[in-house]
Design a protein around this ligand. Structure first.
Ligand code: ADP
Ligand code: PHD
Length: 460
């Protein structure tokens, strides 16, 4: 049994859905369980519709048009999705009348994307004589806490998945059991309210199902040839990383690579279930396989990623010079304002750290910290992270600083050591792309100049 997850870009319209159905059929002998995201940019469109509704405008026509047109082009009766579209319109009308939307309502609203796409795919597969049945994730036991817009799945989800999907997983082709087409990204909390797992959360739905059922592998199908050496929108020569470890991919995702959801590696890391990243627009490409660190050899540099819009905070002790407990007090202040920290560099009397600017209210924090320290808050910074073999850090850092020096870039902070697979640098946000390009060129080369290493780790 395998799990096949298709992201929004892979199911963006009727033609893509037909193409994906063909991919699913080509794997029918491996007893696939399919996880889908919303079609194309539907999640963003639903969030935009919520904002319009807050201003009194119910704008669901484009979303309705996309899904109704897709149903018609696939030869599916619109009745399969009509009731969902009607419910969506009612919800948006309600939001426009109330002029308010809570995180809970926002989750309810965005859930329509995945609920629509699985109904379309299941119906279409049945027209191809592939017995398929859509499953809203809560129908197979996805239960989460109530942290709306960023919910954590509860442990009982694992057993629920086994109970609900093992009969299918252990069945055989032709036994009449319908192929589950499961909504990614969404779940329900104990009170029965719909929750979402954080943007990009369909990857986590897929890896959890794969881990719970001990699948042969989890395939995540995207619009790129696999995990690439960096974001191809920054460096178009980015190359496919053939193999990576769960830890490397988790750090890559956490530090900005959109390609996989930051928490999605955890379940398969626990069970050792391989994850394969494939391109639904180029099915011949081998993709990337994600395995445990015992199953692959380290390479000097695996990939580079960047995370912009971070804030660098420098904190220098005034009254606690040399006294233990300074750092504990600092982190206690951050915790009391629910601000999570990304990268840290410390000395006995000072600490520098980065936080995600979009999530932090600094006034309360500043008030706390200034009781015992002087602080300097610097916004519009970026973290550039090199996923690498830190045992070769001297060689990597030498090449890195030489490349940055040539670009006239001054690194404002560096962090290495906490993680065994990453070195992070802080620079200004508007320098981040220059840094990524310079490092990618130095490590992997450009069309007219070889770099130091190949993505497979060989010296060039
Ligand atoms: N290191 C990387 N490797 C591959 N893709 C990356 C990387 N960093 C950023 N990306 C971007 O992530 C996108 C794929 O992620 P996503 O849009 O979530 O796919 P999907 O919606 O199909 O699941 C790619 O189109 C690419 O632009
Ligand atoms: N549709 C949701 C969930 C998701 O994972 O989407 P995608 O697979 O397209 O990244 C989102 O946009 O966040």
């Amino acid at each position: 049994m395998i799990v096949m997850k298709f992201g929004g870009s892979s199911v963006a319209n009727a033609e893509r859905i037909r193409h994906v159905a063909g991919i699913i059929r080509s794997f029918e002998n491996r007893r696939p369980i399919v996880v889908l995201s919303a079609m194309g940019d539907t999640t963003d469109d639903l969030l935009a519709a919520a904002d319009d509704a807050l201003n009194g405008k119910v704008s669901v026509d484009a979303i309705e048009k996309l899904h109704k047109t897709t149903a018609a082009e696939l030869g599916i009766p619109v009745s399969e999705i009509d009731f969902l579209l009607a419910e969506l319109r009612t919800l948006l009308t309600g939001i426009s009348m109330l002029r308010e939307v809570t995180p809970r309502s926002r989750d309810y609203l965005v859930s329509f994307g995945e609920r629509l796409s699985v109904r379309l795919m299941a119906s279409y597969l049945n027209t191809l004589n592939v017995r398929a049945e859509f499953k809203d994730a809560w129908d197979i036991g996805f239960i989460s806490d109530s942290q709306y817009t960023g919910a954590d799945l509860l442990p009982e989800t694992w057993e629920n998945i086994r109970k609900n999907l093992t009969p299918y997983a252990e069945g055989k082709k032709g036994d009449g059991m319908p192929m589950p087409i499961v909504t990614g990204f969404i779940a329900k909390d104990a009170k029965g309210f719909i929750t979402t797992l954080g943007r990009g959360g369909s990857d986590l739905t897929a890896t959890l199902i794969g881990a719970a059922l001990m699948a042969e592998e989890v395939q995540t199908w995207k619009d790129v040839d696999g995990i690439l050496t960096t974001d191809p929108r920054i460096v178009k020569e980015a190359r496919t990383v053939p193999v990576a470890t769960y830890d490397e991919v988790a750090e890559l995702a956490y530090f900005g690579a959109q390609v996989l959801h930051p928490r999605s590696m955890q379940p398969c890391l626990q069970t050792g279930t391989p994850v394969r990243v494939k391109n639904s627009y180029n099915i011949e490409a081998p993709g990337s396989i994600i395995v445990t660190s015992h199953e692959t050899k380290p390479v000097p540099v695996r990939a580079i990623t960047s995370k912009k819009n971070v804030t660098l905070i420098d904190i220098v002790s005034t009254r606690m010079l040399g006294q233990y407990g300074f750092l504990a007090k600092v982190f206690e202040s951050f915790a009391s304002h629910s601000i999570s920290v990304d990268v840290v560099a410390t000395s006995e009397v000072s600490v520098s750290l980065t936080v995600d600017s979009s999530k932090a209210n600094f006034s309360g924090l500043r008030h706390d910290l200034e009781k015992y320290a002087s602080i300097d808050i610097r916004k519009s910074k970026a973290i550039v992270t090199v996923i690498c073999d830190v045992k070769r850090s001297s060689e990597i850092l030498s090449a890195t600083f030489d490349a940055l020096n040539q670009e006239g870039i001054n690194v404002q902070m560096i962090s290495q050591g906490a993680s065994k697979v990453n070195i992070s640098f802080i620079c200004d946000s508007d320098e981040a792309d220059i840094v990524v390009k310079a490092l990618h060129a130095r490590y992997f080369g450009t069309p007219d100049k070889p770099g130091l290493w190949t993505p497979e780790g060989a010296d060039q």
